[in-house]
Design a protein around this ligand. Structure first.
Ligand SMILES: O=P(O)(O)O[C@H]1O[C@H](CO)[C@@H](O)[C@H]1O
Ligand SMILES: O=c1cc[nH]c(=O)[nH]1
Length: 238
């Protein structure tokens, strides 16, 4: 397929940087562009899935919404990797913690995603239920977090197709039997696409709610207040 794609209207590959930060929410992408970037060019408006490229402290980086769920990030990350020559995608998302050891606003680095999703099997025949993120990007993320003095928790998360589970207590099984610290809904498909595209992907998450303690942040905070993970990810500008 050539560019533009059905979902990204950008006609010039050079308008998208080698590293793209991907929040689920396109308004979080706009917040990052408005707050941190200069010389911003908006490279996508299709379906309001905003994408921007700009300079962070003089170095170039892109940021684009992925939408919610694996089919959505599956489309955008595949097109960025395969048709726009993007090398690295770092998802910066929110997650629901499965353990009371995690507090609101804690930052998690996803080492691996566990999922019941068939995304990777349908896409390329991969039939395991765990996919790792890029060790190379993760090392950089850990170094950047150290330099910025931002504590991070590393581990396995549950990448789920379901936000409203009919069995409220199912999270206990995902935590106790499968070792998942928290839930989100995109990283498994992102990591699957990175694998088949021979590219790199990682995922940094901020705890937006705690399923065990029932604490939660507001939708406005989810859009605008998760600045620690944004600042770590922005260090990838080059
Ligand atoms: O805040 P984002 O990045 O969208 O991440 C999480 O929030 C959404 C659910 O509210 C899902 O997309 C989940 O993965
Ligand atoms: O997928 C998600 C994201 C945030 N909070 C949750 O409970 N689940």
């Amino acid at each position: 397929m050539s560019i533009p794609t059905p979902h990204i209207e950008c006609k010039d590959k050079n308008l998208i940087a080698k590293t793209v930060l991907m929040p689920g929410d396109p308004l979080r992408a706009k917040f990052i562009a408005d707050t941190y970037l200069t010389d911003v060019v908006q490279f996508n408006h299709v379906r309001n899935m905003f994408g921007f490229t700009g300079n962070y402290k003089g170095k170039r980086i892109s940021v684009m919404g992925s939408g919610m769920g694996m089919p959505s990030i599956g489309i955008y990350s595949y097109e960025l990797f395969n048709f726009y020559d993007v090398e690295n995608i770092i998802r910066i998302g929110s997650c629901g913690a499965y353990t009371k050891d995690l507090k609101l606003y804690d930052v998690l680095l996803v080492e691996e995603s566990w999922s019941q999703s068939t995304y990777a099997k349908v896409q390329n025949g991969y039939d395991k239920d765990v996919i790792e993120s890029s060790k190379e990007l993760n090392e950089q993320i850990e170094n950047y977090a150290k330099e910025l003095n931002i504590p991070i928790v590393k581990g396995r998360i549950h990448s789920s197709d379901v936000f409203y589970n009919g069995d409220f207590d199912a999270y206990k099984k995902y935590r106790d039997e499968y070792g998942c610290l928290a839930a989100e809904m995109e990283s498994f498909a992102l990591f699957a696409n990175a694998k088949v595209s021979d590219k790199k992907a990682s995922c940094i998450l901020t705890v937006s709610d705690n399923i065990e303690t029932k604490e939660e942040t507001s939708s406005e905070e989810r859009q605008n207040a998760f600045t620690k993970m944004m600042e770590i990810a922005l260090q990838f500008a080059e």
